[in-house]
Design a protein around this ligand. Sequence first.
Ligand SMILES: [Zn+2]
Length: 141
Amino acid sequence: MSEKYHLEINGFCPICENETKFIAKGNWFRGTLLCTTCDNGSVPRERALALVLNRLAPNWRQKKIHESSPAERGISLKLKKECENYIGSHFFPNQKLGSLINGFRNENIEALTFKNDTFDIVITLDVFEHIFEPRLMIQEI
Ligand SMILES: [Zn+2]
């Protein structure tokens, strides 16, 4: 291991599908153990999501997927690129719900504007802890 990183390991990345190197520039591996070959990197929870999607919904590219609060890297970029019916949303509380803002649909996950049963898969990574009424979010999903 180099002195440059807290952790440096080789392995297979399920997002970019490469044998690659994972490096952590900090000791908070959950947020810093990045894939060096993913678009803009990826963190462990995103790689775990890719594994789950590939196992439970191997045809995810043909599914209708909504991702709440996608990151500009790794799995979110892959979903956007490879899944024709992918919609990423962010919540802009002072803007019209359902409108498109900076390429993202404006959605409040506690009160979505989509029709019921629009999506096959709904993804939230690191969203629950920001929700005031998790029951509403679960109900919407
Ligand atoms: Zn990768």
